[in-house]
Ligand binder design. Structure first.
Ligand SMILES: [Zn+2]
Length: 289
C-alpha cells in the first residue's frame, strides 16, 4: 500500500507471495554467498601468513644446513690431516700400516658436499665416525710403542758406572794374582775408595752381598734378561728389591774380594752371558779401550 501526501489517493499494491519468496531467497543467497566469500578471504589471509612463516623457517633451516655442511667439510679436512700425520708417525716408528689404510690415497678431501643427498651425507658421516675410531686405535698403538721404546731406552745400560781410569777391559788377560791367561768378564775402573758407583740404567736391585772373587757385589736387574754387576765395592747404598734409576748412587768403590787396588769391576750380562760393557757406553769419549 502506497500512501501519498495530503490530498492524494491511497494506492494499494498487492504483491504475490511468490515474489516475496523470491526476494527472500535472493537475500538469503546473497547473505550465504557473502559469508562464504568472507571465509574464503580469511582463509587466504591465514594461509598466506602460514606460508610466510614456513618460508622464514625454511630459510633458517637452510642457513643451518649450510653451516652444518661447512663444518663437515672442515671436519673431513682435519681428519685427513690427522690421517697423514698418523701415517708419518707410524713410518718413523717403523709401525706397520693397516692394509686398507695403506691402499688409500693421502690428501684426498671431498670438499663439495653441497647438493648431496641425505643418504650421501649420512654415508660420509658414517665414514668419518669410523675414521675417528681407526685414528684412536692407531694413536693408542703408537703411544704404547713410544712407552715401550722409552722403557727400553731407560732400562738399557748406557753410561759408565763411575768416573775414574779404565785399568782393564773385557776379554782375555793375564790374571794379576795367578799369572794365568783367562777371560776378564767386565771392565775395571779405578778410583779412590769411596768414589760413588752409579746404576748404569733403570732397574731393580737383585742382589747385594759378598761373592768369591767379586768381594762386595751389587747386581741390578734391568728386565728383558739384562743385568749389570758391580764388584769390589766398599759399601752398598741399596738393598735387594730397591728400584733404582740410571745415575743413582748404589755403592762406593773399594777393593773387597780379589782386587789389587780400589776399583769397580763392572759387567753387563745379557741372558746370563757377560757382554763387553764398552759396547753399551753411548758416548764415544767413554770408549777408550
Ligand atoms: Zn775386573
Amino acid at each position: 500500500m502506497i500512501i501519498p501526501q495530503v490530498g492524494g489517493r491511497t494506492i494499494s499494491i498487492r504483491l504475490p507471495y511468490l515474489i516475496l519468496y523470491l526476494i527472500g531467497a535472493v537475500l538469503l543467497f546473497l547473505l550465504v554467498a557473502s559469508g562464504l566469500y568472507a571465509r574464503y578471504r580469511l582463509e587466504r589471509i591465514v594461509n598466506a601468513s602460514a606460508i610466510a612463516a614456513q618460508r622464514a623457517e625454511n630459510q633458517v633451516l637452510e642457513a643451518k644446513i649450510e653451516d652444518f655442511t661447512g663444518d663437515l667439510v672442515a671436519l673431513d679436512a682435519d681428519m685427513e690431516t690427522l690421517r697423514r700425520l698418523d701415517r708419518q708417525v707410524r713410518t718413523l716408528c717403523e709401525l706397520r700400516l693397516d692394509e686398507q689404510e695403506a691402499s688409500l690415497p693421502v690428501g684426498k678431501v671431498s670438499s663439495d658436499w653441497r647438493g648431496k643427498s641425505d643418504t650421501e651425507v649420512a654415508a660420509k658421516l658414517d665414514a668419518l665416525v669410523k675414521q675417528v675410531s681407526t685414528r684412536k686405535e692407531s694413536y693408542s698403538e703408537v703411544l704404547k710403542h713410544a712407552i715401550d721404546q722409552r722403557y727400553t731406552v731407560d732400562h738399557t745400560p748406557s753410561i759408565r758406572p763411575a768416573s775414574g781410569w779404565v785399568v782393564a777391559g773385557y776379554g782375555q788377560r793375564k790374571n794379576p794374582f795367578t799369572g794365568l791367561i783367562e777371560m776378564h768378564m767386565g771392565v775395571d775402573i779405578a778410583a779412590p775408595k769411596g768414589t760413588p758407583i752409579c746404576a748404569t740404567a733403570d732397574g731393580r736391585v737383585s742382589f747385594v752381598g759378598y761373592r768369591r772373587g767379586y768381594g762386595l757385589l751389587v747386581k741390578v736387574d734391568h728386565g728383558r734378561g739384562c743385568s749389570t754387576w758391580y764388584g769390589h765395592c766398599s759399601m752398598a747404598k741399596v738393598r735387594a728389591g730397591d728400584i733404582v734409576k740410571r745415575g743413582q748412587m748404589i755403592a762406593t768403590i773399594g777393593k773387597t774380594g780379589l782386587a789389587i787396588g780400589p776399583h769397580v769391576h763392572y759387567e753387563v750380562r745379557i741372558g746370563g752371558r757377560a757382554e763387553d760393557p764398552a759396547n753399551f757406553f753411548l758416548s764415544r769419549s767413554e770408549r777408550i779401550f
